[in-house]
Design a protein around this ligand. Structure first.
Ligand SMILES: *Cc1c(COP(=O)(O)O)cnc(C)c1O
Length: 399
């Protein structure tokens, strides 16, 4: 025996989005005026009524253990939200509330995977998916969804990627980092393959309220009874109500899966924070005008940003239909020169941008696309303008 460490834990890649945000914050702390396009959370405060509900929870002594999968009150409110917004019928015993959407995803894979099971991840993907799958002893299998297909996989690609070991597909619509939204027809075709090949669909709908340009969000589980049985629908209050720090995510699934997730959670974290549950309840049943205001503001920024970027040299972006990110193709800069040296790759581009132009962007190699960057518009319009001016200057400086 020796004092060795877990190979599984050591194989985890620390989140690169967090490290770039840290770098930007460090420069800011040193008095440098950095524009950070890395933001992975809304720049709005949690609404007052939600904060008040939390204060009331503390003052009334709602500070003890709750049922592991969440209070009945909250689970009923989640069922009601699923019914009204997603056209999905779940009973409270099909709901598990966890410590944020990430924790919900972790629980899902603990409940469905055995070692070596394959999980199909459309690429570009949110960088946590492969790590979460591997931590649950699953094997990520990627399907590349190019720009020419709006960064969305087709049912045909899905069918071709299936093997004996395929256990699940992760679907993320609206998507991070692409901002793309799958249409009902596209989801129907994907659902058909999932039912025929008999695997689960993990549907991460964290950005369901943030869709633009008249687009509508469709939950794949709502399409028919067969796909409903195979889908675990995952959402939360983090992005929709600007509650990232509160840590409340939830799932709707079959009773069987909910029971397993709850049993895993009972030994790991028990219930999610009791006060945050009260706050999440208020978020779901209270006034919803905040969501609409935030969405409208995001759409303004998005329209401005897309027009500006597409007027710049060497780069282009498809107009996102959801979430709060633009996914920018910067491949056209790689053979250009900066200060006599080829830009070459996306890491170098991000390095030049932060060091010489004081703009933080997310290089998307960890999202499966090494010639794209992600720019968030969850920052003020003023910051967006300033940041885009700097990026434009950089692109004009290339030779
Ligand atoms: C932010 C995010 C989540 C989870 O958020 P939590 O903060 O853990 O609730 C899940 N999926 C995607 C794609 C996200 O961007």
């Amino acid at each position: 025996m020796a004092l060795t460490l877990s190979k599984k834990a050591m194989a985890v890649k620390p989140s690169s989005t967090l490290s770039i945000t840290a770098k930007a914050n460090e420069l800011k702390a040193n008095g440098i005026d950095v524009v950070g396009f890395g933001a992975g959370e809304p720049d709005f405060s949690t609404p007052e009524n939600i904060c008040e509900a939390a204060k009331k929870a503390i003052d009334s002594g709602f500070t003890k253990y709750t049922p592991v999968p969440g209070t009945m009150e909250l689970r009923k409110a989640i069922c009601e939200k699923f019914r009204k917004f997603n056209n999905l019928h779940y009973e409270p015993d099909q709901i598990v509330v966890s410590n944020g959407g990430k924790h919900s995803l972790t629980n899902i894979f603990s409940a469905i995977l055995n070692p070596g099971d394959e999980v199909i991840i459309p690429s570009p993907y949110w960088l946590s998916y492969p790590e979460i799958v591997r931590l649950a002893d699953g094997v990520p299998v990627y399907i590349r969804a190019d720009k020419s297909q709006n960064y969305k996989i087709t049912a045909k690609q899905l069918e071709e990627a299936c093997t004996e070991k395929t256990k699940a597909l992760i679907l993320n619509s609206p998507g991070n980092p692409t901002g793309m939204v799958y249409t009902r027809e596209e989801l129907e075709a994907i659902a058909k393959v999932a039912v025929e090949k008999d695997f689960y669909v993990v549907s991460d709908e964290m950005y369901e309220y943030l869709v633009y340009g008249g687009e509508t969000h469709v939950s794949i589980a709502s399409l028919n009874e067969e796909i409903y049985k195979r889908t675990i629908t995952c959402s939360g209050v983090s992005k929709s109500y600007s509650m990232t720090g509160w840590r409340i995510g939830y799932t709707g699934s079959t009773r069987e899966i909910a029971k397993l997730m709850s049993s895993v959670q009972s030994h790991q974290t028990s219930n999610p924070n009791s006060i945050a549950q009260k706050a999440a309840y208020e978020a779901l049943v209270g006034p919803q005008d905040f969501v609409e205001r935030m969405r409208d503001e995001f759409e303004k920024r998005l329209n401005y940003m897309v027009d500006r970027i597409n007027a710049m040299k060497h780069v282009s972006v498809l107009k996102p239909k959801g979430a709060f990110y633009t996914f920018v193709d910067v491949g056209g800069t790689f053979d250009k020169s900066y200060k006599g040296q080829k830009v070459g790759n996306v890491d170098n581009l991000a390095k030049i941008l932060i060091e010489d132009y004081n703009v933080a962007v997310i290089p998307c190699n960890d999202f499966g696309f090494d010639d794209h960057i992600r720019l968030s518009y969850a920052i003020s319009m003023e910051a967006i303008k300033k940041g885009l001016d700097r990026i434009e200057k950089y692109l004009n400086d290339l030779e």
